[in-house]
Design a protein around this ligand. Sequence first.
Ligand code: GLC
Ligand code: MG
Length: 422
Amino acid sequence: MERLTSPARLMIVSDLDHTMVDHHDPENLSLLRFNSLWEHAYRHDSLLVFSTGRSPTLYKELRKEKPLLTPDVTIMSVGTEITYGNSMVPDHGWVDALNHKWDLGVVKEETGKFSELTLQAETEQRPHKVSFYVDKSKAEEVIKELSQRLEKRGLDVKIIYSGGMDLDILPQGAGKGQALAYLLKKLKSEGKLPVNTLACGDSGNDAELFSIPDVYGVMVSNAQEELLKWHAENAKDNPKVIHAKERCAGGIIQAIGEFKLGPNLSPRDVSDFLECKVENANPGHDVVKFFLFYERWRRGEVENSEAYAASLKASCQPGGVFVHPSGAEKSLVDTIGELRKHHGDKQGKKFRVWVDQVLATETAPGTWMVKLDKWEQSGDERIGCTTTVKFTAKEGEGLVWEHVEQTWSEESKLKDDSSWII
Ligand code: GLC
Ligand code: MG
């Protein structure tokens, strides 16, 4: 969070499963639309927070399966674990606060008496979260009975039902809503309370997010029955919370538009980049657009026209250098020229490109360094490169790519020098 020196323009706090991630869309289209919108228009001055029920283990698994961006803050295990930044530094202060009237042993002992409860995987049992599966028809009764028993044992817990099957037991002070309130308080104390905050969710454990004061909320169109019921009973008259018409990340984009929180046109929804060239003299924008163009080019979704080839060439500095992740140095203009050979080579195949953590710094007047992670999914393989691009502003021509350098990302399993173009 130190990345930002002033209040975030927008802080998005989003659940992952069935909210940011659509498990019914193998192409991940709405997630990819969100990603390019975020990197294009928000990354530089806004905060991205993921708030998931998943433990760190299952969260990391999801990151491998889906094209998720890197968030600034990761809240896991239903608001019981908060970490910051790429290296996921834990917030120990938060954990300490959760020990109040909480005793893992007692929770396990009492829950063991309920035959209706089936324990979830070991990875999902956390220091401040005990999780089970329970049938929808039994949930209400079990929750009532269990609450009474735990109260009698001197504990103060919160029992949450999500997705019509998951039952989580947490300390009363935990949960996604409390974690968000804690984060907002922390940001406020640093003088960095976000200008706007948007909470996004689909199921029971997200309900709390929508009761935090001054926070906008979107329940995605595919929200679960238990969340819609909670909303009807508790937040129906709150104009700051909407039920989107669109599924998952599409609903988040819709909410950004409806609440007027900033730009909501994803570059993925713009078909011709040549048309929106001049107005945007921001190097971060250029990078997002270029790699999207690159995806479309290889998928054969843009015409192999002279106009495109000329426009690409014109945006490269003659004599500019490209350092390939293999270490080989090439001419930038030649590399772009070579792209022509690859037009449509991924047509009809599973091929997607996205960029993550696009950050631009003006190093001297008219000179910019843009750092980003570029990822490429081809079939079932995913490869990524940490990329730096040096741009210079040229009179009347906008920004020119002067130097590009790539190194394989640590998470990149396959470091395939031969198939990587740029
Ligand atoms: C995630 C967690 C699970 C939890 C559920 C609902 O699926 O893995 O443990 O019960 O979210 O919060
Ligand atoms: Mg969910």
